[in-house]
Design a protein around this ligand. Structure first.
Ligand code: GLY
Ligand code: MN
Ligand code: MN
Length: 449
């Protein structure tokens, strides 16, 4: 395997520095995530902090990126663990500062053990510090310690930063529009997750447990190099599909039920997020098919509305109109479509939004409102305008919990169809096309499986 290029990470550090300079310069400090103890002598699988990863691509814990945007040329410095023969025997390879600087394209790298000594030097006379503001007590305490040291040098003529910016605000805007390197990873992550859903469809049969199907998903993720799912997989049969964040995944699946799976892998730090719903026995019943086709049509309407120049909420509004129409047509909701939308009556069966930003985090960063636009008098800020490079999910659904006042045929049916959409010129590219969603295609695949 060829070594991945570190150019995109370096470019992001340069772009961050440019924005800091536009605000008068300063020094950015971004640490990776801590290792989290699970129980005695074991930790949860390590996952880097997303912002740190975005700027470095450096995989080890106990590391900090510093971007110094003061001089003629911005400099980036990595603090990381030293080489340690003993620890490497027990826990595995460490780059150490010398190899890390070269491999990850930093101007310099230093031992993490020197952080308390070096950070005050780097922050001395900096006009501003850029860090994740009030993100964790540990990070705030460390910053307080470094700044206290700088302030202690006041009589020597050293000045401490007089402003602090939340570096995440700058990075969120950058992360919202994916670069070519990110898009490539997200396409691959989506493809793996699509294949996992196909595998799960083929493995579904009455009498099997939800967790057996979850195992099929995990098998495919891992087989293709994903370290872990991007979020806890939801494998929900029958009425369980009406629990939006169902986690148990331990029920026995029965013929006549639908199975809703919401699962996606993480790959190289990026999430994918797919939901499909299919019949446990391989054939939709009449009422299931009726609701399924409403959700599918609502998703098609939402996808058609996902294009440059549209507002973030346009796909949602398009989906809601089709869903509300379907609910009125099949008697789940009484009255008119406009009435159901205005009163919010449809929300009894569709209580979430139609999408969210997707990226390193499954619910990715980025303001959903347009930062540059003033709100109209007395109103909210307008929704974000979609631009090429943004990635969002499109995930309408219908969930009918059993109740005396809903038609019996629809009770306990939960359906969601979720794809990942990259906004491109003129529309959007669905990254998750490799898993079928038309009812007839699902039935054909299950017959063949
Ligand atoms: N899987 C989480 C979501 O769909 O938002
Ligand atoms: Mn999902
Ligand atoms: Mn989602």
């Amino acid at each position: 395997m060829t070594e991945p290029t570190m150019t995109p990470f370096r470019n992001r550090r340069l772009k961050l520095a440019e924005q800091m300079r536009a605000r008068g310069g300063g020094v950015a400090v971004v640490a990776t995530a801590p290792e989290v103890p699970r129980n005695r002598d074991t930790t949860y699988p390590f996952r880097a902090d997303s912002y740190f990863w975005y700027l470095s691509g450096f995989p080890e814990p106990e590391a900090v990126v510093v971007v110094d945007a003061r001089g003629a040329e911005p400099r980036s410095i990595l603090f990381c663990r030293d080489k340690n023969e003993e620890r490497e025997i027990w826990d595995g390879f460490r780059f150490g500062p010398i190899a890390a600087a070269e491999r990850f394209g930093f101007d310099e790298a230093k031992s993490i053990g020197t952080l308390d000594e070096e950070l005050p030097k780097l922050l001395a006379d900096a006009p501003a510090v850029y860090h994740p503001l009030a993100a964790s007590p540990e990070a705030d305490t460390a910053m307080q310690r470094w700044l206290a040291t700088v302030r202690g040098q006041a009589r020597a003529g050293v000045s401490a930063p007089s402003a602090a910016w939340d570096v995440r605000a700058l990075l969120d805007e950058m992360r919202l529009v994916k670069d070519a390197h990110e898009i490539d990873i997200m396409r691959r992550a989506a493809r793996i997750s699509a294949q996992a859903h196909v595998r799960a469809m083929k493995a579904t049969a009455p009498g099997r447990r939800e967790y057996e199907i979850e195992a099929e998903l995990l098998h495919e993720f891992r087989r293709q190099g994903s370290p872990f799912p991007a979020y806890g997989s939801i494998v929900a049969a029958g009425a369980n599909a009406c629990v939006l964040h169902y986690r148990e995944n331990d029920a026995t699946m029965r013929d006549g039920e639908l199975l809703l799976i919401d699962a996606g892998c993480e790959l190289d730090g990026y999430a994918s997020d797919i939901t499909r719903t299919w019949p446990v026995g391989g054939r939709f019943s009449g009422p299931q098919r009726e609701l399924y086709d409403i959700v599918l049509a609502s998703q098609a309407a939402a996808i058609a509305a996902t294009k440059p120049g549209a507002r973030f909420t346009d796909p949602h509004d398009a989906a809601v109109r089709v869903l509300a129409q379907g609910m009125v047509d099949c008697g789940l909701v009484q009255g008119t479509v406009d009435g159901a939308i205005e009163s919010g009556a449809y929300r009894r069966f569709y209580m979430h939004r139609t999408g969210h930003w997707l990226g390193m985090d499954v619910h990715d960063c980025g303001d959903y409102r347009e930062p540059g636009e003033a709100p109209p008098a007395g109103g909210d800020k307008p929704w974000r305008v979609l631009r090429p490079g943004m990635v969002l999910t499109v995930e309408p659904g219908i969930y009918v919990r059993a109740a005396d006042d809903v038609p019996e045929a629809y009770r306990d049916i939960g359906i969601r169809i979720e794809d990942d959409a990259l906004v491109v010129e003129g529309g959007c590219e669905i990254l998750t096309v490799d898993v079928p969603k038309a009812a007839a295609d699902i039935e054909a695949l299950m017959r063949a499986g």
